[in-house]
Design a protein around this ligand. Structure first.
Ligand code: NAD
Length: 367
């Protein structure tokens, strides 16, 4: 074991054992040799929060220091499991209490999509950095409100785009930038899975803001942007629905969409809640290609180019994401692919343009 790891363990052991006491000054020195630890309150303790919480156990620079939930029993269970004392467990109604708590730097919002903006704005007003899960909101207007509120409060707004730190993804971006694929002409993004329980929030237009596009199609949108390395200027889109009972008005089951980029490159993508094993990116240029399958799942990500397979070992996406978020917030690090509110807003604008294109059947310009 390296001396660095020993050091981290020496620092983090008392964090687990000792209670948090003061509201005015932190009861701990949350500093390691790499800089200060990002003290994170998890808000919304559901399926994804569970994955993030587990992954954070291996973080070097981020730690769960508080829990916020609408379900008291979850606060107890999670508090025990992650050694978060009662004083640092809050209901949604008690959010105000985080304001002067020195053991919280940032709140990670992992609720159904509709509630991201409302919680984000409140958290910003309470002076804490905001981490929002994707999609950052259910519409462009709310996404902009989140950005404005964070700017006004002088806090950072980050979106949980975990792929922006994934090594294979970053290597392909590097190769494209080095010209290894030549002039980029085409991207294909396939994102989908078969959704289960028809009563879940993901199939509720209000809570989700739509259907598959908001949830999984966003990976193809975001991926097209970082793989091609440009911002799309137009979209066309077509919707197909085989089950109008499960996928009600405003909840998309499947959307095929195309995007055009300033260079002339085009993307052809599929977003669906009706097909499994759909997680593929394909980038083609005049000199070569890159293929990732799976491309955005929790991994291992498998990537190859015309020259052969990439061999980066699997990393837990949420672990590196949270360590990188610590560096962005505490050290002002600029990530290779942005994860800020403006980045999230770009995807929201494209999603709205796609919905408009589905309705009109016409090509829609992205402003
Ligand atoms: P989930 O249903 O498993 O968990 C949602 C949590 O929010 C639950 O704890 C639930 O009790 C709570 N909740 C339910 N309704 C609520 C409401 N109206 N107001 C406040 N809280 C409410 O969902 P999930 O899969 O954990 O997804 C949560 C968020 O994380 C979504 O925005 C989703 O898009 C995102 N997500 C991201 C990834 C990723 O890889 N980045 C993966 C999964 C989910």
């Amino acid at each position: 074991m390296s001396s660095r790891r020993n050091f981290i363990q020496m620092v983090s052991a008392p964090l687990i054992a000792m209670p948090f006491i003061s509201q005015a000054a932190s009861s701990q020195d949350y500093t390691i040799e790499d800089g200060p630890i990002l003290k994170v309150a998890l808000l919304g303790l559901g399926g994804y929060a569970n994955i993030v919480a587990k992954a954070m156990q291996n973080c070097k620079r981020a730690k769960i220091t508080a829990l916020i939930s609408g379900t008291p029993s979850k606060l107890d269970q999670w508090g025990e499991k992650y050694s978060v004392p009662k004083s640092h467990r809050f209901s949604y109604d008690e959010l105000e209490k985080i304001k002067n708590n020195p053991d919280i730097d940032a709140v990670y919002i992992m609720t159904p999509n509709l509630r991201h903006p409302e919680f984000a704005i409140k958290v910003a007003q309470l002076g804490k950095h905001v981490i929002s899960e994707k999609p950052m909101a259910t519409n462009v207007k709310d996404a902009q409100r989140m950005i404005d509120a964070c700017k006004k409060a002088g806090v950072k707004l980050l979106v949980g785009y975990r792929m922006h730190f994934e090594p294979n993804t970053l290597e392909i971006i590097k190769k494209r930038e080095a010209g290894e694929f030549g002039k980029i002409l085409f991207f294909q993004g396939l994102s989908g899975f078969i959704i289960g329980d028809p009563k879940q929030w993901r199939l509720n237009k209000q809570l989700a803001g739509g259907g598959s596009m908001m949830d999984i199609g966003i990976y193809s949108i975001n991926g097209a942007r970082y793989m091609v390395g440009e911002e799309p200027i137009w979209v066309t889109a077509q919707e197909t629905k085989t089950d109008s009972e499960k996928f009600k008005e405003g909840v998309d089951e499947t959307i095929q969409f195309q995007m055009g980029f300033p260079s002339g490159a085009v993307a052809s993508c599929l977003s669906t809640y009706a097909l499994n094993n759909l997680d593929k990116f394909y980038l083609n240029g005049t000199k070569g290609f890159a293929e990732m399958m799976p491309s955005t799942g929790y991994g291992p990500i498998k990537a190859k180019t015309n020259k052969g397979e990439l061999s980066y070992p699997h990393v837990t996406h949420q672990t590196i994401q949270m360590d990188e978020f610590a560096a962005i917030i505490h050290d002002g690090k600029t990530p290779k692919v942005p994860v800020d509110g403006e980045e999230g807003l770009k995807d929201m604008k494209i999603i709205e343009a796609i919905f408009e294109a589905v309705k009109s059947g016409k090509r829609v310009a992205i402003k």
